[in-house]
Structures are given as C-alpha cells and as structure tokens.
Write a protein of this length. Structure first.
Length: 154
C-alpha cells in the first residue's frame, strides 16, 4: 500500500458541491445541491457541526461529518457521532481514511469528547474493516429509525 498525504481542513461553502458529488458517488445518494448548500449555510457557524474534507491534487477526495453532542449525563459526557466517512474510489488503499480519522480524533479531543461513535451502512464491508483496524468496536448491532413525517418505519 502506497501512503500518500492529503491536506485536511474544515469545509467551506465552496466545497459543498464536491462533497455532495463524492457522497452521491460513495453512498449511491441523490442529495440535491441546493438543499445541501442551504443546510450547510444554516450550520456552518455552529462548532458542533463539522464537515471535514481531504484535499489532494487540488480536489476534494475525502470527507467526513462530525457532530459534537454535549449531554447532561456524566457517563456519556460529550461525545461525537461521525458519519459520511468516504474517500474517492481512485484514492482508496492509500491510508487516507486513517489519516482522516486521526484528524477526527484530534478535533474530538479538542472539543472534549469522551467517545466517538460511527455510523456506517451495512453494505460497506471494506470500510468496516478500516474502522476495526483503527480500533472501533461494534457495541450494538441495532440502529432504530423512524420517520417523523409518517408512521412508516425506515
């Protein structure tokens, strides 16, 4: 495996289109760009919502969303949820996900997080191997979800 180094930084509004293209590619999503820009603008000054990008060859090749959640519960304390961890397919197998997770943990430590939890779709088996190699453990195999708009279970 050839290791290359990306530059990681907080995303800005100019990165949103590239983030959406990357996530649509990696997760088979169809997020609308105008929706993404609107939500990004609403949360970009909230230090509990962090969109991190990895830049190589002057383009976004990696991305992760970090949500910092402070709680009143001493055992939980402040923790982070990480989702939309992705690396552009042609840049995979070069340690970029590990580098990005190092950045995530540095940010979470700075924000006083006690723990980092990660969401990942079941079909992303290669990504799961990366997370396990990084030290994540599967604590619970159930994730429940219900739409707010209907009685249908998602």
């Amino acid at each position: 495996m050839n290791e290359v180094q990306a530059v990681f930084r907080k995303a800005d509004i100019n990165d949103v289109e590239n983030i959406i293209e990357l996530c649509n590619e990696c997760f088979n999503e169809e997020t609308n760009l105008e929706y993404a820009k609107r939500v990004f603008q609403e949360t970009m000054n909230d230090d509990k919502h962090i969109y991190l990008v990895g830049i190589m060859d002057q383009k976004v090749v990696a991305h992760v969303k970090i949500t910092i959640i402070p709680t009143i519960y001493e055992e939980m304390n402040t923790y982070a949820i990480v989702n939309h961890v992705c690396v552009k397919p042609e840049y995979r197998r070069h340690n970029l996900a590990t580098q990005m997770l190092d950045e995530v943990f540095a940010i979470c430590k700075e924000k006083g997080c006690k723990k980092v939890e990660l969401w990942s779709n079941n079909f992303r088996q290669a990504a799961h191997a990366c997370y396990k190699n990084y030290g994540f453990v599967v604590e619970d195999a159930k994730f429940f979800s219900k739409s707010v708009l209907s009685k249908e279970v998602i």
